[in-house]
Design a protein around this ligand. Structure first.
Ligand SMILES: *[C@@H]1O[C@H](CO)[C@@H](O)[C@H](O)[C@H]1NC(C)=O
Ligand SMILES: *[C@@H]1O[C@H](CO)[C@@H](O)[C@H](O)[C@H]1NC(C)=O
Length: 417
């Protein structure tokens, strides 16, 4: 009875207005409380299309109804004068509906409109628990995706048939739908890293980085806030070779006695800003991330980097601590003090950790190219643009959870942040 293959899918949906994307579907469990003959725990795949399911999970205890008409839930239940609305003291109603004939999302919508608290869609053939990549579950008209808030789950045909016969015998079928797994666990988040440099004005290569930050910011913040991804920025620096410690080159490019160096922005050593200015700003950004992360808001990094690039450009001679601090203050002054970094000491713990991480030992291997994006410990070699990176991150779900990923063809068109 229990399917071992609780396949997972990655669905996206859109919230209109703010237009955000979201990928959630996981194997869940569903516990039949009554009747006695069906008492067990079953696998199902839950698709939380909406926003009404609590992020912290929870369970829904409800009673199953399989109406005599509109069993595929493709039509509005109003047409049949059927309502599943909650009344004081009644159990939430979980609508049982058959697969087929219309979009999966339309079934959810009809169930929700009729007042059901959840919907179970029963497979119409004997097979392992399906993902949603079947014709009727193709991305429906956008309309259906709007305002879907109730949980929806797939169950196997065998399980569905058993529920139906219990109901036809007049049994009360009560189930507990466990939603606690319906949002990715930390270890099911896609982890990604962006290896960059705070030097945004060294020509097209650097401008590409800051363009990416600008364009990707909204998506990155959303993915992180919704718990789908865990992002860490990293900064590339290098050592000055021992023999050159006293050279002009190393003195202008490095801090902490040659330990941490970055390329001079103008690639000439006398004009404008020096490599060491870049290292210091790298350090500020890395520290900013650390502090923001510790305060539970790692996504503020995107605002900081984006704002810094806008407000503190080198060409206006504002690439400095004062301007950097103003940006930090604008994002929450609490962070300012924490960012006083002791520049005198020999080793800087933050930059040291960055240099060690750069080796990528036991994880992704060394990072030698700037910028580099690493997704789930794999070097990403695609284009550094929003859509391509988003696709790669979404496919990152495939690697961690081995699901069939469900991505719309319209992804590019619809994924507007
Ligand atoms: C979605 O919900 C909002 C607010 O409840 C409402 O204004 C809007 O008309 C709804 N959209 C659809 C397509 O039902
Ligand atoms: C950010 O915070 C998370 C959770 O608290 C932690 O696991 C992670 O190591 C932190 N990252 C950094 C770079 O400090």
């Amino acid at each position: 009875m229990r399917e071992k293959l609780g396949l997972l899918v990655c669905v996206w949906f859109l919230l209109y207005g703010s237009s955000v994307g979201r990928f959630v579907v996981e194997k869940n469990s569903l516990k039949v409380i009554s009747p006695e003959s069906l008492k067990d725990v079953y696998d199902c795949t839950i698709a939380n299309l909406g926003v009404g399911v609590p992020q912290h999970g929870g369970t829904m205890f409800g009673t199953v109804i399989y109406p005599k008409v509109n069993q595929k839930a493709c039509k509005n239940f109003d047409d049949f004068y059927i309502s599943f609305k909650l009344r004081p003291g009644t159990l939430p109603i979980i609508l049982l509906a058959d697969r087929g004939d219309c979009y999966f999302t339309l079934k959810v919508r009809n169930a929700q409109d009729a007042g059901a608290s959840a919907i179970l869609v029963v497979d119409d053939r004997i097979e392992p628990l399906i993902t949603m990549d079947t014709p009727e579950e193709d991305d429906g008209p956008d309309d259906y995706l709007k305002n879907l808030t109730i949980p929806s789950a797939f169950i196997t045909k065998a399980f569905g048939d058993n529920i139906k016969s219990a109901l036809s015998r007049g049994d009360l079928v009560n189930i507990n739908l466990d939603l606690s797994n319906s949002f990715p666990h930390p270890d099911e988040r896609v982890k990604y890293e962006f290896w960059t440099n705070s030097n945004y004005e060294c020509g097209p290569k650097c401008e590409n980085q800051i363009e990416f930050v600008k364009n990707f910011k909204g998506a990155a913040q959303m993915l992180e806030q919704k718990g789908h991804a865990q992002f860490t920025p990293h900064y590339i620096t290098w050592y000055c070779p021992e023999a050159f410690l006293l050279s002009k080159l190393c003195r202008s490019q490095c801090i902490n006695r040659g330990r941490y160096c970055a390329l001079d922005p103008e690639e000439g050593f006398r004009r404008g800003y020096e490599g060491r200015d870049v290292v210091v700003q790298n350090l500020r950004e890395a520290c900013f991330f650390k502090v923001a992360n510790e305060s539970g808001k790692p996504w503020l990094w995107w605002d900081y980097v984006n704002d810094f690039a806008i407000w503190c450009p080198m060409k206006e001679k504002k690439y400095n601590k004062q301007c950097a601090d103003q940006v930090i203050q604008s994002l929450g002054s609490r962070l300012t003090n924490a960012l006083e970094t002791p520049m005198q000491i020999k080793r800087n713990p933050v930059l040291k950790a960055e240099q060690e991480a750069q080796m990528g030992e036991g994880t992704h291997g060394a990072v030698t190219i700037s910028p580099t994006l690493i997704i789930n410990n794999k070097h990403y070699r695609g284009k550094l643009d929003k859509e391509t990176v988003l696709k790669a991150i979404c496919s990152g779900f495939q690697q961690t959870t081995k699901p069939a990923i469900y991505l719309s063809e319209d992804y590019h068109l619809n994924f507007v942040f």
